[in-house]
Design a protein around this ligand. Structure first.
Ligand SMILES: [Zn+2]
Length: 262
């Protein structure tokens, strides 16, 4: 199933990168479950620790993220230390992600769509794309040690890992007002996806903190299932998650193209 370009040292076939713990659960958790059910190895990289959240501490969110990963069948999950609420596309941040890409060596990377209400989400789309590009450069300027600096120290770690560029980048577009390129059918996994989201008890269980800001617990299920139903209907299935790809699609056999026209 996996092309021979994926080396044995790869940790995962599909890596989802997101700004905040619980982003992936909301936008592509069902897809990760489906990929795991197909026998693919999945991984999640959260770029921040969640220290700026209204509810819960970074430590609580770390425990919850581990539990959510278990529920999603995700074999590898880590969080970087980018500032929550101030994620920027800088060289230093790109290099942090390059280190992960060269370690995990995914064939597919899932990023958030590039237009988003939360500035961190939009930033991750560009930051993640540029990190994927940089990761494939054997002699990337950032990786080549030049002068003694903190950057060089990190680059030295990078140099130990061979270059790796993911074959495919797709953008999870659940919260974007954009027509998806394709839908992943998550119908058999929608309950498990919900369970993974609700693993973030510090965020979603009803409580006084952030009461005016957060959606009540009982409405989260209705909203997330309604979104899943909406995107599923676009592709003729019950529940779906939407994605955008920048590239054009390629078809081998017209009789096998899915989604009924009339
Ligand atoms: Zn987020």
């Amino acid at each position: 199933m996996i092309p021979d370009s994926a080396p044995n040292s790869s940790i995962a076939d599909v890596l989802a990168i997101a700004a905040h713990r619980d982003d992936v659960e909301q936008t592509c958790g069902g897809t990760l479950l489906r990929m795991a059910a197909r026998g693919l190895r999945t991984a999640i990289l959260d770029l921040t620790q969640g220290e700026a959240g209204t509810r819960g501490s970074a430590e609580e969110r770390a425990r919850e993220a581990a539990e959510a990963a278990r529920l999603l069948g995700v074999g590898w999950r880590q969080a970087l230390d980018l500032p929550d609420g101030a994620v920027e596309n800088t060289l230093e941040n790109r290099i942090k992600i390059v280190r992960i890409l060269r370690l995990v060596r995914p064939r597919v990377v899932i990023l958030p769509y590039w237009q988003a209400r939360h500035p961190d989400h939009a930033a991750v789309a560009a930051l993640g794309y540029e990190a994927c590009f940089l990761s494939g450069l054997a002699k990337a300027p950032a990786v080549r040690p030049t002068a003694p600096s903190a950057l060089t120290e990190k680059a030295a770690v990078n140099a130990d890992l061979p270059p790796h560029r993911p074959f495919k980048i797709v953008y999870a577009s659940l919260y974007a007002d954009v027509r998806p390129s394709f839908i992943v059918d998550i119908t058999p996994f929608v309950e498990q996806r919900h369970a993974a989201l609700m693993a973030y008890r510090s965020q979603y269980v009803n409580q006084a903190a952030g009461g005016g800001l957060f959606v009540p617990e009982e409405e989260i299920r209705e909203r997330t299932f309604a979104e899943g139903r909406h995107y599923g209907l676009l592709a003729g299935v019950r529940y779906g998650e939407p994605f955008v790809q920048k590239e054009i699609g390629l078809v081998d056999d017209l009789t096998l193209v899915p989604v009924q026209s009339i």
